[in-house]
Design a protein around this ligand. Structure first.
Ligand code: 25A
Ligand code: L14
Length: 339
């Protein structure tokens, strides 16, 4: 239609919500009225959007009257309670929590991979935004899947603290300062010291010994690539990095594909930038990906231990492509093609 839309951001004061507001502005999303919603902790504060101060309001069941698109990032319990209310009020919800991702009638969308699923928002008025680690992996793998098929994926992640939110960013900062000042450190957000450490523990442990974050990567990957036959196993690790997740991805393909072919198809793939010149010490780095919207891929090598295998190093800004940018991209397609 090409009109302007009333947009709400739920959890606007959080790490992801804040970035959603910034990305709406950067990408010139066709906003008529912007509504910023949060808990009573932040209601009454103000945020800038397009140079104007906007007041943060308390989230209530009445918040969604006249809202066309609602971006949610206030955690799973807030989504479970308020996303159906927003949808009932006539808004289409793009939800960044894990609450609805695996519901069969809810589309789980990465615009570079399965944009055709967006129309299924009509089922329940909700579109789920995938897990950050899954998003960047499928952006890199979709072109390989199309060219050669995928039999199995073995992924290990190196995840930034910003995924957990502002308090975790503060915790890494505080612990680092304490250590350099020979002061005792405090761990409140994570169960162990995160500064100068690696924690093989993201989200909660499940009965099978995996973490919930690991099983999100397994299950969401199959749903987004629309292929339940792909075998996936994951180890997700928190590292003392502020922004951008890095991933070591081992892929076994169905057909043989060469390193040169992978390089060629990824160079042309939407949302992907190949950074792969070992002779010049060039490979994707978390600090370079931070602040960008693309997924960076390098260290492209043949897995010499099997017949048809490729190794990749995949890096993206977890708060942008892993959360806010992906949600706004979904909303852009929604209003352009479905409203
Ligand atoms: O941590 P929360 O509670 O989930 O808060 C996230 C956002 O949702 C709002 C909240 O507003 C914030 O904007 N929110 C939470 N509960 C709400 C409710 N009942 C709600 N809005 C309406 N109704 P806020 O005003 O409560 O928070 C303002 C700032 O305070 C920080 N904070 C939150 N809980 C805190 C706290 N500080 C101290 N003690 C607490 N108990 C909050 O930090 C915000 O800055 P944060 O937003 O950075 O927390 C991150 C949360 O965001 C989600 N998340 C992050 N990355 C991803 C993600 N989810 C999916 N994918 C990602 N990639 C996580 O759920 C994480 O918990
Ligand atoms: O989107 O890094 O399900 O602590 C929840 C945990 C995002 C990352 C999700 C973390 C995740 C987050």
């Amino acid at each position: 239609m090409g009109g302007l839309y009333n947009v709400a951001v739920v959890g606007a004061t959080g790490a992801v919500g804040n970035m959603m507001v910034e990305v709406l502005q950067e990408r010139n999303f066709p906003v008529n009225n912007l509504k910023l919603l949060a808990s009573e902790r932040s209601a009454g504060s103000a945020m800038l959007f397009q140079g104007k101060s906007h007041k943060v309001e308390l989230l209530t069941p009445e918040s969604f009257e006249d809202v066309d698109v609602a971006l949610f990032s206030a955690g799973g319990s807030v989504s479970k309670e308020f996303a159906p209310i927003a949808a009932e009020s006539g808004a289409v919800v793009v939800d960044n929590s894990s609450a609805f991702r695996m519901d069969p009638d809810i589309p789980l969308v990465v615009p570079e991979v399965n944009p055709h699923q967006i129309g299924a928002y009509r089922n329940r008025g909700i579109i789920a935004n995938p897990n950050c680690s899954t998003i960047q992996m499928v952006v890199a793998l979709k072109p390989i899947y199309d060219a050669a098929g995928i039999e199995r994926i073995v992924v290990s992640t190196y995840q930034a603290v910003s995924g957990t939110g502002k308090r975790a960013i503060q915790e890494l900062q505080d612990q680092s300062v304490s250590i350099f000042n020979f002061k005792p450190i405090k761990s409140e957000v994570y169960p162990h010291q995160i500064a100068f450490n690696c924690l093989p523990h993201i989200d909660v442990f499940l009965e099978n010994g995996y973490t919930k974050e690991e099983m999100k990567m397994v299950n969401e990957t199959k749903k987004i690539l629309e292929d339940a036959s792909i075998r996936v196993t994951a180890t997700t690790v928190r590292v003392p990095v502020f922004y951008s997740h890095s991933e070591s991805v081992n892929v076994e393909t169905k057909k043989k594909i060469t390193v040169q072919e992978v390089r060629d198809i990824l160079s042309k793939a939407p949302g992907v930038v190949v950074v792969d010149d070992p002779g010049k010490n060039l490979y994707p780095l978390a600090i370079d990906a931070a602040g960008k919207d693309e997924t960076f891929v390098g260290r492209i090598r043949e897995d010499e231990s099997i017949e048809k295998g490729i190794n990749l190093w995949v890096v993206a800004d977890n708060i942008r492509k892993g959360a806010a940018t992906n949600a706004v991209q979904i909303a852009e397609i929604l209003v352009k093609e479905y409203f």
